[in-house]
Design a protein around this ligand. Sequence first.
Ligand code: FAD
Ligand code: NAI
Length: 461
Amino acid sequence: MNPLDTVIIGSGPGGYVAAIRAAQLGQQVTIIERNVIGGTCLNVGCVPSKALLQAGHTYLSLKHASKYGITATGTLDFTQTQTWKNTQVVEKLRMGVTQLLKKNKVTVLKGEARFSGKNTLSVTSDGKSEDYSFKNCIIATGSRPIEIKAAPFGPRIVDSTGILNTSTLPESLVVIGAGYIGSELAEAMASFGTKVTVIEATPSILPGFNTKLSDLVKRNLTKLGVTLLTDAKVTATQEHADKVTVTYVKGDTTQTVDAELVLVSVGRRPNTDNLNLAAAGLATDPKGLIPVNAQSRTNNPQIYAIGDVVAGLALAHKASYEAKIVAEAIAGHHVAVDYKAMPAVCYTTPEIATTGKTVEEATAAGFSAKATDFPLAANSRAIAAGKTDGFVRIVHDEQSKVILGAQIAGESASEIISTLTVAIETGLTLEDIALTIFPHPTVAEAIMDNTEVGLGFPIHV
Ligand code: FAD
Ligand code: NAI
């Protein structure tokens, strides 16, 4: 039995960040990874999806540049797009994380980890197993796509990894599920010219967001030629040599749509079923998530869990945040997670971003909550960029004027939401922001303008 100090299973944004911070705090750290370093986010998630969206947006903006007096000619070489994404973005970042682990003296073991006892695990690689004991273990094994009976994965029915790595651009694509992945990848592929049909079970795309935000995304997808079928349910799929026939029910009618490829993006489930958790005295909830306390500690005092395997939003920055807290908890610091200002962003057009509480959540929490909106149509930078779809909404407490939450749709929403996240985290009031000097012209000025609306003396609306 090889003794280990702190061992981490999984090298995604949860695992590798925990490894580096634990090493910085003086722990001897080992990370076990069955695949490549970087996890879902870096290799087949956040990073490649944003790279494809960027390429798609560049292609679209060239096609529509004539309004600026620019005529662009040329064709799309999708093979080159994929090569650029894989080599200049994903591999580059993966090398960077590998170097960071090395620099922090983190030992990397390649293999699949499984618990064999309360403080022991075995790692299997190429059919050979090694046994280890540990002082502390952090489970950061992430999640994988959910498969549905009506559309089992096959050569032409793929998950997000399949669509992100497609070597040729499909002429047509059916997307089942219009959450984060379905909406972002529908937009990316439609930007390249793929004919996309989206089939979503609920009445709206992006059901996790307020419809004032998601309706703007809906409008843009429709403009891109995407067919949006909401309140619709896929009942069967049939794979042929050159296409898939998708049967769906919408209202009282059953219809079919053919496509070269089908993307199934109906959610993800945690990778907790192959860890032999019972041997370590652990159990999961009905969703497969591992229950933890505010320091991410499980009911086994030597084992912690972070990221997509625990409750809450399944987002990379949440995993990394929990990773830093857990490394400090193991080092004996008095720390606890606090999700008061948790941002979430969907990188569609317009981008939509939220942080803190909605007005409904703030009211339910006992605040006299009020929300004010400032439209990007009144923001000079958005007008200069020709991107005025959107608004900044700030939720504040009417008595104290403390900022409680924000929702933004529009150009740079993913960037400017951080200003409001800092405001919530540090307890700023509307006046604190209104008296801050924002550079002109910037989209971020809409935040300052919004606080003036909230205080009752707006300049620009
Ligand atoms: P993961 O990143 O999933 O890493 C887990 C690692 O554990 C993997 O490398 C896996 O191989 C390894 N592993 C699992 N089991 C074992 C085992 N038994 N032994 C050894 N190794 C094991 N989030 C955002 O915040 N922003 C985005 O823009 C965004 N875009 C996304 C786009 C797509 C297409 C997808 C699929 C996800 C996206 N996400 C995004 C979500 C984000 O990727 C995840 O929330 C994040 O990766 C979770 O981090 P994690 O460390 O918990 O797990
Ligand atoms: P999701 O939970 O975001 O969306 C799933 C969608 O599928 C929902 O709209 C749901 O109503 C729909 N659905 C479920 N079953 C269905 C069915 N049978 N037929 C039709 N529609 C159905 O899950 P998704 O998009 O797979 O993404 C998984 C997770 O990855 C996200 O929840 C998010 O945490 C993370 N992610 C984050 C991103 C970001 O931060 N920008 C981008 C991509 C993923």
